[in-house]
Ligand binder design. Structure first.
Ligand code: NAD
Length: 341
């Protein structure tokens, strides 16, 4: 099993963020709220725009106590010009993220991940023409990898509707860079985990329900087990977004963002059981609807991003899993209610 490593890594520049006006779409969700916490810590003036969609990881507790303004708006119908004025950085994380959800309802998936992105692009042209944009993209649309680690020039072959809509959304943002010169960075994320992720169910990722089951003293299910993943801990994702905005060398680029050394799901299951100090799991074959859209093994070649930004993951797997369990253990009741939003 790969060991945890801590590498020398660039850290965000507090002076860049102090007093800066920053808009975070999807800011009440898992990764967006993580960014809000970091930005508030650096003294940025932050607005989180979020529709608080049921089925996402949006949760009122995610922003509790932060000096961050929550603007409850839906990118599909809000007056976005009014919402976007005066910001110099946009972290764009709002999305429909469920793969099964996209399969069931591809029209809603494209409404949020593509059409609403175009609305946001047009509004930003008017209201914040010079703002830097860091867009949350995904490894999903590479499909089943033809080689590992996956480089950014890997063929695009989305295995599901969510991959199609997310790819289109990313490409509209990159057009904005090529045609209108806006500084845009797109980060193609792999499986991210950590505090404030959705643990209610496996709608977004299996890791969340694994954490929940362990804390509840219940066995969790591992589907398959030999697939490889390179997980990224929340704080490392946050640093990647902040550095992307700060570093001009990143602007205009699409980057893979990986994490620690890849592990099989069985190694990951053993690691999370160890981090919990005990627990059990059952290995199951994939349900047919999940198997049909599974991508097999994935890990990213993120050397281009590391070179441009100086980023490297700082939180190893054992540490990240321990921190995640420690976050949720005293908050299980709050995070296992489907929150009325
Ligand atoms: N978490 C991961 O492992 C992962 C992996 C790959 C890519 N991503 C991408 O990162 C971004 C953030 O993901 P996350 O895991 O934090 O998901 P999340 O569900 O926690 O956050 C998404 C947020 O967007 C909001 N939202 C959805 N549609 C909206 C709309 N129309 N208007 C306004 N707000 C809306 C939701 O209410 C939610 O709070 C997404 O773009 C996702 O595709 C995440």
């Amino acid at each position: 099993m790969p060991t945890d490593t801590t590498q020398a890594a660039a850290t965000p520049d507090p002076a860049f963020w102090a007093g800066r006006r920053v808009l975070v779409t999807g800011g009440a969700g898992f990764l967006g709220s993580g960014l809000c916490h970091a930005l508030a810590g650096y003294g940025a003036e932050v607005v989180a725009l979020d529709a608080m969609l049921t089925g996402s990881a949006a949760h009122p507790a995610n922003l509790a106590g932060l000096p961050v303004r929550l603007l409850k708006r839906d990118l599909r119908d809000a007056d976005l010009e009014a919402a976007c004025g005066g910001f110099s950085v946009l972290f764009n994380l709002a999305a429909q993220t469920s793969h099964a959800g996209g399969q069931r309802d591809p029209a809603t998936d494209v409404d949020i991940n593509t059409t609403a992105q175009i609305r946001l692009i047009l509004a930003m042209r008017e209201a914040a023409p010079k703002a830097i944009v860091v867009h949350a993209s995904t490894r999903q649309f590479y499909g089943k990898p033809q080689w590992l680690p996956v480089t950014e020039n890997h063929p695009i072959a989305p295995p599901d509707a969510n991959g199609v809509s997310k790819f289109a959304g990313e490409q509209y943002w990159m057009l904005e860079n090529r045609v209108h010169g806006r500084p845009v960075v797109s980060l193609r994320l792999t499986n991210c985990y950590g505090p404030r992720m959705r643990i209610f169910d496996a709608r977004q990722t299996f890791v969340g329900i694994w954490l929940r089951r362990l804390i509840e003293n219940e066995p969790f299910e591992v589907w398959g087990g030999e697939q490889m993943r390179d997980l990224t801990y929340l704080d490392d994702v946050t640093n990647a977004f902040l550095l992307s905005a700060e570093k001009a060398a990143c602007h205009g680029q699409v980057f893979n963002l990986g994490g620690g050394p890849p592990v099989t799901l069985l190694q990951l299951a053993d690691a999370v059981v160890a981090a919990n100090g005990g627990g059990t799991y059952a290995v199951k074959t994939f349900p047919p609807e999940a198997k049909a859209i599974d991508i097999g093994s994935y890990h990213a070649d993120d050397s281009a991003f590391r070179k441009a930004s100086g980023w490297a993951p700082r939180i190893g797997l054992a540490d990240g899993l321990t921190r995640s369990l420690e976050f949720f253990r005293p908050r299980l009741a709050a995070y296992t209610l489907e929150v009325p939003t």
